[in-house]
Design a protein around this ligand. Structure first.
Ligand code: GLU
Length: 293
């Protein structure tokens, strides 16, 4: 049997979809459609219980169906799989790659200010590593006392264990990419992989699921290109396969800014209630409406 491309669209239900999402989903669906035996998966990335809402999940499914998209079932909802992400965290923990961090955001900012600033990584200021050097007994005592903590990845130790440097991956639009320990240390530092209110982070869950679901092509907006360097490290640590990547252009809104939910980009629902048709949405994002009938 021929096995074609396995692609996926993986939105987070933190708001309504906008045309930028239609572009992403459309590109992914077309790639699967063009590949004999190809599959288009839909995954709801609803791990952050503080920001995700079931009504947004329902709206995502409805908007995508309205656009004429059809996906493989069942849809994976990450919030139903915390035990699997916990098991992945346990593996990293058993290998000595995670440590509990008790710092509040305020403490981290104060520490950075006292040090005269901190280098900026892809996701903001790099964590200064305060809790990395706590002793085992202090960690145990603070956990036993009920202090809240996050689990951070010891990036230097992780790079050491991963081996095989430099790690590579290929992007169809951006060419060959090289990941080095220096890039990960300055780009991410000891990132958070779990916290109390979000028991597993985006980076861990997305990489875990792409491997589990046998995804062979990851197409998503180019704002996520830097994150892929970190995902490549996780793949190396877990021995997961490395898919092909295609980080595509982002759509700009009328003001020339990148379309984003948090900037209140006009949603597909708003456009639809204003009378827009699916064909107009596809044309608007530069895809051929005929492909989605
Ligand atoms: N859930 C992520 C988001 O909505 C996208 C994940 C991905 O495509 O890798 O931004």
């Amino acid at each position: 049997m021929q096995s074609g491309i396995v692609s996926r669209f993986a939105p987070s239900p933190t708001g309504f979809l906008h045309p930028g999402h239609a572009l992403s989903a459309g590109i992914v669906a077309l790639r699967a459609q063009a590949s004999p035996g190809g599959r288009f998966l839909l995954r709801i990335e609803d791990i952050d219980g503080t920001r995700c809402r079931p009504e947004y999940t329902a709206a995502i499914l409805e908007d995508l169906a309205w656009l004429g998209l059809r996906w493989d079932t069942p849809v994976r909802h990450q919030s139903q799989h915390f035990a699997e992400y916990r098991a992945a965290l346990d593996t990293l923990e058993a290998r000595g790659l995670l440590y509990p961090c008790f710092c509040t955001r305020k403490q981290i900012l104060a520490e950075i200010a006292a040090a005269g600033g901190a280098p900026h990584g892809f996701d903001g200021a790099i964590y200064p590593g305060t809790c990395r050097s706590l002793s085992h007994s202090e960690r145990q005592a603070r956990i036993a006392a009920g202090e809240a903590y996050a689990l951070r990845l010891d990036i230097a130790a992780a790079c050491q264990q991963a081996g095989g440097w430099p790690l590579g991956w290929h992007d169809e639009h951006h060419g060959p990419q090289t990941v080095t320990p220096a890039l990960l240390t300055t780009g991410f530092g000891d990132i958070v992989l779990a916290r109390k209110e979000t028991p597993a982070s985006y980076h861990l869950c997305v990489t875990h699921d792409d491997a589990l679901q046998g995804v062979t092509l990851i197409s998503r907006g180019e704002d996520l290109l830097p994150a892929t360097h970190l995902h490549r490290l996780l793949q190396a640590l877990f021995g997961w396969p490395v898919p092909a990547y295609a980080h595509h252009r982002l759509l700009a809104d009328a003001g020339g800014e990148r379309m984003a939910k948090r900037r209140n980009a006009q949603s597909l629902r708003d456009l639809r209630s204003a009378g827009a048709t699916p064909a107009e949405i596809w044309t608007g994002v530069g895809l051929d409406p005929a492909a989605f009938r």
